[in-house]
Design a protein around this ligand. Structure first.
Ligand code: SF4
Length: 298
């Protein structure tokens, strides 16, 4: 027979949700501060696709705006790409209900993608390139100073591995960048947030989520594989994802192989020990398990 819940147990979901809300807001605030993403007087164009991440982004930024020491504006923008079955009323209804200024841009990129990409091939890369171009133009028309996208920590790590595995580049997704047309600053305020937290937040807040595969496109297979690899690592080696993510803010160009980042050519012995020198194999830096591994000559 089920035991009745104690008051403390019954309160647990609410406590968990409060913790989650605090964590997401703290991480977003931290990323904004670390990369100076938002300044006084900014008009932030929040790109709202209808997916969980962009809903959460808007939600968290609205909260932070209320509590930030600086004034900035928010305008939500959705690009209706004319995918068959796209429920065009969902976002305007939601945004009107929460009282956020918004703009819906109608542009049939769906037909272009269908015309250009052969049947059976994934259409997401052209689709997002076209979407980006339209959003940059709209930002100019609306007088937005920054464009905010809902990419999170897991997107950033996946992109890092995709670039390494398939592009031969040590490169990820920057939290703040100048757009390719040189006219916009793009920010990713959720850069420190975990996808599973955003999922839980989207569920708790009951955002009216619109799926992104109405167009029938298959998700990018390589990205799916990398995502699965990272999820498996996360299960098998707790903490690995966090450590890997931290490494992105801890880059040591002198210990990589790119002569454009470090002047190896002119490197000379100075005769003075360097306190930050080659610590890569310093036992103090290594986890216990590795420290106590036998050396080959033991
Ligand atoms: S799933 Fe469809 S709408 Fe979403 S990015 Fe891919 S092509 Fe575009």
């Amino acid at each position: 027979m089920n035991q009745p819940l104690t008051a403390r147990q019954a309160d647990k979901p609410r406590v968990e949700m409060n913790k989650l809300a605090k964590r997401l807001r703290r991480e977003t605030g931290q990323a904004i501060a670390d990369f100076n993403m938002i300044e006084a007087g900014d008009k932030i164009m929040v790109c709202l696709s209808g997916g969980k991440d962009s809903f959460a982004l808007l939600d968290i930024l609205l909260y932070l705006r209320e509590h930030a020491p600086i004034d900035f504006d928010i305008v939500a923008v959705n690009l209706d790409q004319k995918q068959p079955g796209f429920p065009a009323e969902v976002l305007p209804n939601y945004l009107t209900q929460i009282g956020v200024p918004f703009h819906i841009e109608n542009e049939d990129t769906y037909s272009i993608v269908k015309r250009v990409i052969p049947e059976g091939k994934t259409t997401c890369s052209l689709c997002s390139r076209l979407r980006r171009g339209v959003l940059y133009r709209v930002a100019g028309e609306l007088g937005a100073t920054k464009i905010a996208l809902g990419h999170h920590r897991d997107d950033i790590l996946q992109t890092l591995f995709l670039n390494m595995f398939f592009g031969g580049k040590l490169k990820s997704m920057p939290p703040k960048l100048m757009s390719d047309d040189g006219r916009n600053i793009v920010i990713r305020p959720l850069a420190y947030c975990r996808e599973k937290d955003l999922e839980a937040w989207a569920e708790a807040r009951a955002f009216p989520i619109i799926p992104c595969n109405l167009c029938g496109s298959q998700p990018n297979l390589q990205r799916q594989q990398v995502k699965q690899m990272l999820n498996e690592w996360d299960k098998r080696f707790p903490g690995r994802i966090e450590t890997m993510f931290r490494s992105l803010s801890n880059v040591v160009p002198s210990h990589l192989l790119d002569p454009r980042l470090f002047n190896f050519r002119d490197l000379k012995a100075t005769g003075t020990p360097d306190p930050d020198g080659d610590l890569a194999f310093d036992p103090v830096e290594l986890p216990q398990a590795v420290q106590f591994m036998p050396r080959e000559d033991d």
